[in-house]
Design a protein around this ligand. Structure first.
Ligand code: KIV
Length: 323
């Protein structure tokens, strides 16, 4: 295994946090800004989840997302997240075929994308994948309960482990994942008492999503907790913001202002020295029709901006209110 970069939360710290009863905070992220926000908020683990398929790439489920897409997204997150442990979620098809294929794909996450670990779903056949990937020196997070990649086989997006027998199997699966070498196990949509029992039985941390308060940590999907996801949400989601409403309002205000001509204003435009302007007008052999506010207008986010003079240092007051 390679040495973690400086400042990175060391993987064994997670088990220490469990022993100290200190909750572990995990969130998904799919791009550099999301990773930076997570880092600044002191999040411990950033999962580049295959939920990217739905919340970023516009698919109906997680199955269609490819290795190339996941590697690309994970690379953007790994570049921006320094302290949090970055986990690449192995997409459907990347570990089901054989241990060899699983190791090859885990290596892509580790080597090409800069992930610190990978996650895969299920126990059963996944146990030998976990052993093979851990054997190659790549840390693995397990995931049991509702495993969206096999939602069809589970009868849909349903709570798992609701009968005594199913609960016992779920506990056995989680224990087997720890024995296979997982450094942590996600428990998704599992009754709280079952998650509590798994948490008691494992020495590695459990990270819950819809698994009650007794797990060693919690994870939520970035777009769900920030209110970027629209439509139905599972009951385990708590929204901490309503960003989709804010984004819609901002875009509508922008569109209104462009159409009405109230954006851009004078303060968003650039001037040129008056003698240069006069010369320019002479060269153009046309009478000046331009007012100072009509001169070169480059958006402040344009790459050209780096070479252009900054907007007026003493901007006039806005004539209109901005969004
Ligand atoms: O893909 C994902 O975002 C996940 C979390 C819901 C745990 O697996």
């Amino acid at each position: 295994m390679s040495t973690p970069p400086q400042g990175k939360l060391a993987l064994p710290k997670l088990a220490e946090m469990k022993r100290r009863d200190e909750k572990i905070v995990m969130v998904t992220a799919y791009d550099a800004p999301g990773a930076r926000f997570a880092e600044d908020a002191g999040i411990d683990i950033v999962l580049v989840g295959d939920t990217a398929a739905m919340v970023v790439l516009g698919y109906d489920g997680t199955v269609p997302v490819t290795m190339d897409e996941m590697v690309f997204l994970t690379r953007t997150v790994a570049r921006a997240a320094r302290r949090p442990i970055v986990i690449g979620d192995m997409p459907f098809g990347s570990y089901q075929v054989s241990d060899e294929a699983a190791v090859e794909n885990a290596i892509r996450f580790f080597k090409e994308a800069g992930a610190d670990a990978v996650k895969l779903e299920g126990a059963g056949p996944s146990l030998s994948r976990v052993r093979a990937i851990v054997g190659a020196g790549i840390p693995v997070m397990g995931h049991v309960g509702l495993t969206p990649q096999s939602a069809t086989m589970l009868g849909g997006f349903k709570t798992q482990g609701k009968t005594a027998e199913a609960a016992r199997r779920l506990v056995d699966d989680a224990v087997a994942l720890e024995e296979a070498g997982c450094f942590a196990v996600v428990l998704e949509a599992v009754p709280a008492p079952v998650a509590a029992e798994v948490t008691r039985r494992l020495t590695v941390p459990t990270i819950g999503i819809g698994a009650g308060p007794d797990c060693d940590g919690q994870v939520l999907v970035y777009h769900d907790l920030l209110g970027l996801t629209e439509g139905h949400l599972p009951r385990f989601v708590k929204r901490y913001a309503s960003l989709s409403r804010e984004i819609r309002d901002a875009l509508e205000s922008y569109a209104d202002e462009v159409r009405s001509g109230t954006f851009p204003e004078e303060q968003h435009a650039y001037e040129m020295p008056s003698e240069e302007l006069e010369e320019f007008e002479r060269m153009s052999e046309t009478p000046s029709v331009s007012k100072p506010s009509d001169q070169a207008t480059k958006s402040s986010s344009s790459p050209m901006n780096a070479q252009l003079p900054a907007p007026r240092s003493d901007p006039p007051l806005r004539k209109t209110s901005s969004p």
